[in-house]
Design a protein around this ligand. Sequence first.
Ligand SMILES: C[S@@+](CC[C@H](N)C(=O)[O-])C[C@H]1O[C@@H](n2cnc3c(N)ncnc32)[C@H](O)[C@@H]1O
Length: 282
Amino acid sequence: MSSSCRRPEHSAPPEMFYNQEEARKYSQNSRMMEIQSLMSQRAVELLSLPEGQSCLLLDVGCGSGLSGDYLTEEGHHWMGVDISTAMLDVALDREVEGDLILGDMGQGMPFRPGTFDGCISISALQWLCNADKKTHSPPKRLYTFFSTLYSSLSRGARAVFQLYPENSSQLELITTQAMKAGFSGGMVVDYPNSTKAKKFFLCLFAGVSGVLPRALGSETSDRTVSNQVQFSGQRTRFKGMKGKSAKKGKDWIMEKKERRRRQGKEVRADTKYTARQRRPHF
Ligand SMILES: C[S@@+](CC[C@H](N)C(=O)[O-])C[C@H]1O[C@@H](n2cnc3c(N)ncnc32)[C@H](O)[C@@H]1O
């Protein structure tokens, strides 16, 4: 990560940068179209949706609807929010399947609680880290966005953001506000050793914490490798467990069962015996 003066979010506010000329590229430039589709494919994979089910998804910074097209191809319904009228006009011209909403994510997501089964966002989140107006406070706008997104997701749903972070303090700003809003999760960095292929995905869990999916292009199978950073807003959960392993505790087992249920796998029903303490065998 290095800061660069060529970053689009430094040149103008998003509603100005994504003008008619920029928006046209999204319907004409085949490389651009392919990138949106590939990023969306990976984001959906990281959502870990139940197999074979059609879900209602939110696309934040949906732009011209190329990412939405991928959701449609996968059999999902979607709604998209974007701040640029030029980008949304391209989506309308392309007659995308999703419902389109003109809005600024920094002002919050205007949906009823529990509306969505998941959320994706492609190359949009880093725009929230800039103050485009005197009244803009990036931490506040990030918090407003994450807290309203959190409530619009069903419990156990995930939100996956592909983003281009400027530096590590920007990543910290983003993850801190996401945690404050109640999310757990972390960063998955695909192809961490390749300058060109390296991609950052912020994977957030609403309601329950889960294990981060494995990053692509990482050589080791160890889940705690440096291309994954996990955080949890539920820091007090393991209080009073001095010396005991958090793994295999009741919380850990319940979370694992819940995750497998969300993946559509067969899981035994919870009973009073679930995760009970067993006497040691000698
Ligand atoms: C790289 S484009 C995403 C393109 C989109 N996935 C597509 O298929 O066309 C990023 C989008 O984020 C949107 N965006 C940036 N800041 C935003 C904000 N504060 N609120 C809503 N959308 C925003 C931009 O308008 C732009 O359309």
